[in-house]
Write a protein that binds this ligand. Structure first.
Ligand code: ATP
Ligand code: MG
Length: 576
């Protein structure tokens, strides 16, 4: 490919709205352009990268026995009504009407469509197991599209769906996808970790997310420093601590004028936050709920939602609701004397101590000596807080570490959530009707492109891992007008093409400095620099973009010297 004929509009500056490195570099390298919030066009260089990654995903899906299909992006609401998700999916679902006033949505995921595709036609146990996948653009009207491709509204997803006769079969399908995902992210040269995850609005019984470790990741992962347990903080289980047996003196009101926050009350009363109860009021499926955690802890809204079996996300109550339920200004809520209409859910950890400070449900007042069991006997207890580094591994008791991750893949055991609701049944060996057991498996292919860059860059630009790079070799022709240089460039190009490599030839009439900068920016792993000066000395320069190491190879015996150098570059990427 000749750069002079290609559309690679590189930029010196990143756009003002780009916060993370992948977004900045992809725009600067001329890979993508923004059309509107969270929606991007893919330019030739971006498109090639996307295709490279897509191909690896496709190969591993096929290898795992999944079959590629393509389902429509536009989906009728009726299917979503059947599964029950039309009412529950929330604003991420882009809904619209056709000319006949019928409701539709743009697919954010395809459980309904694939279940509809299979039901009715797969009738016998002999036709199972079945795993279908597609690679297709999704739309989710994210509240905060940001970080370029990392959280877009339109994004490319590989989504696979498995159908099995029984739980054991479904477990095998899940394990096959788990292995395929490990292969995909390993082949891409990514540092990643599979973690236990919440099942979210997709539903189902268990799931894993595949996290690419990077500082800019939006997810927090908790992991054990001793065993291989790791989980998304949304889900990371905390083992209940031993309840305390002692009690504490009677409650005592104390005046705390204008002290609304844990910090304010803590310093005013000289009471450490761990001896305080933080009370947050929520609305869950239209009903009031008080969530109690220690003052130094954070309520985990996903755990709370799961504890309550709420259909929709829990949302913090509005100030007027808080005032109505507590009879006090915001900031003085507590478990004692709360309106009976409020369901109280306390974190397990609160049982491990007594004598807490809590809001008194009275403006400018707190209560001392609160014993949650004695003073708020109707409270229910559960694991509703975020894990911290001071907690222990729920599996082996080892110490817990935290890391940031980018969720690039997510696999779920769906069970019969969709097949039951949508009547996807088959006849077993005994002619008895059974509901299919499903699994679903997603990879954010466009997000993977960004994740590759988040893990591989330096101050000059991208350091594409060879497996994901849009081209294999970047040939910089320094003097395209010099006949000898041009001929040598063409000879090198033919050699590379004949040996199965995909070269990009920079034949533009630009200053060498511009070409070097652009080459480093777009980050193809191998650079070959051909110029008149070098050739007059009988050499061609090469540069390993990752290590920055430059070498000169003999122009005459270029082929063997290049092969040997190529292997060294691959080694620097730990590719055998
Ligand atoms: P997240 O927690 O990041 O919002 P999710 O749990 O909603 O993601 P899934 O429904 O599991 O996502 O979708 C499968 C995969 O699609 C995710 O693992 C992720 O890689 C990708 N993905 C999801 N939302 C987006 C988005 N807004 N932009 C880019 N990729 C996305
Ligand atoms: Mg997910």
């Amino acid at each position: 490919m000749r750069w002079s004929q290609w559309y690679i509009p590189t930029l010196k500056e990143a756009p003002g709205d780009a916060e993370v490195v992948s977004h900045k570099l992809m725009v600067r390298a001329g890979m993508i352009r923004k059309l509107t919030s969270g929606v991007y066009s893919w330019l030739p260089l971006g498109m090639k990268t996307l295709q490279k990654i897509t191909q690896i995903v496709r190969e591993e899906m096929n290898r795992a026995g999944a079959q590629e299909i393509l389902m429509p992006a536009v989906q009728p609401a009726d299917l979503w009504r059947e599964s029950g998700r039309w009412a529950h999916y929330g604003k991420e679902l882009l809904r619209f009407k056709d000319r006949h006033d019928r409701d539709y949505c743009y697919g954010p995921t395809h459980e309904e469509v694939v279940t509809d595709l299979v039901r009715g036609e797969v009738r016998s146990y002999r036709q199972l197991p079945l795993c279908l996948y597609q690679i297709q653009w999704k739309f989710r009207d994210e509240v905060r599209p940001r970080f370029g491709l990392m959280r877009g509204r339109e994004f490319l997803m590989k989504d696979a769906y498995s159908f099995d006769r029984d739980r054991e079969g479904a477990d095998r399908s899940y394990d096959a996808m788990y292995e395929a995902y490990k292969r995909i992210f390993s082949r891409l040269g990514l540092q990643f970790r599979p973690v236990q995850a919440d099942t979210g609005s997709i539903g189902g019984s268990s799931s894993h997310e595949f996290m690419v470790l990077a500082e800019t990741g939006e997810d927090t992962i908790a992991y054990c420093k001793s065993c291989d347990w790791s989980a998304n903080i949304e889900q990371a289980e905390i083992k209940a601590s031993k309840p305390v047996s002692s009690s504490c003196p009677e409650n005592e009101e104390v005046s705390t004028p204008g002290m609304h926050t844990i910090d304010e009350v803590s310093s005013f009363l000289k009471c450490p936050p761990e001896k305080m109860i933080k009370t947050l009021l929520y609305v869950a499926d239209g009903k009031p709920v008080a969530a109690l955690v220690r003052g130094d802890r954070e309520v985990n809204e996903i755990k709370l939602k799961n504890f309550l079996h709420a259909e929709t996300d829990v949302v913090l109550a509005l100030p007027e609701q808080v005032e109505a339920w507590t009879g006090a200004a915001v900031g003085f809520a507590g478990p004692v004397g709360l309106s009976a209409a409020v369901r109280i859910v306390a974190d397990n950890e609160l049982l491990a101590d007594t004598g807490y400070v809590a809001g008194a449900n009275k403006t400018d007042t707190h209560l001392l000596n609160v014993d949650p069991r004695r003073d708020a006997p109707s409270s229910e207890y559960g694991d509703i807080r975020n894990i911290t580094q001071n907690d222990v591994c729920p599996v082996c008791g080892g110490s817990v570490g935290m890391a940031k991750g980018i969720e690039v893949g997510h696999i779920f055991k769906l069970g019969t959530k969709y097949s039951k609701a949508m009547n996807a049944v088959f006849l077993d060996e005994n002619g008895k009707e059974q509901v299919m057991i499903m699994g679903c498996y997603g990879i954010g292919v466009s997000r993977v492109v960004a994740a590759c860059i988040e893990q591989n860059f330096d101050h000059d630009g991208i350091l594409f891992p060879p497996q994901a790079a849009p081209f294999d070799v970047h040939v910089i022709c320094l003097d395209p007008k010099d006949e000898a240089v041009l001929r040598k460039t063409e000879a090198v190009e033919s050699y590379l093409l004949n040996s199965g490599l995909d070269p990009l030839i920079d034949d533009r009439e630009e200053r060498p400095g511009v070409k070097f900068k652009d080459a480093d920016l777009i980050g193809i792993p191998m650079q070959i620099i051909i110029g008149g000066k070098g050739l007059s000395k009988g050499v061609i320069e090469v540069k390993n973009r990752k290590t920055g190491e430059k070498e000169t190879l003999s122009a005459e015996t270029f082929a063997p010297a290049f092969e040997e150098w190529k292997n060294r570059v691959r080694k620097s990427w730990k590719i055998r």
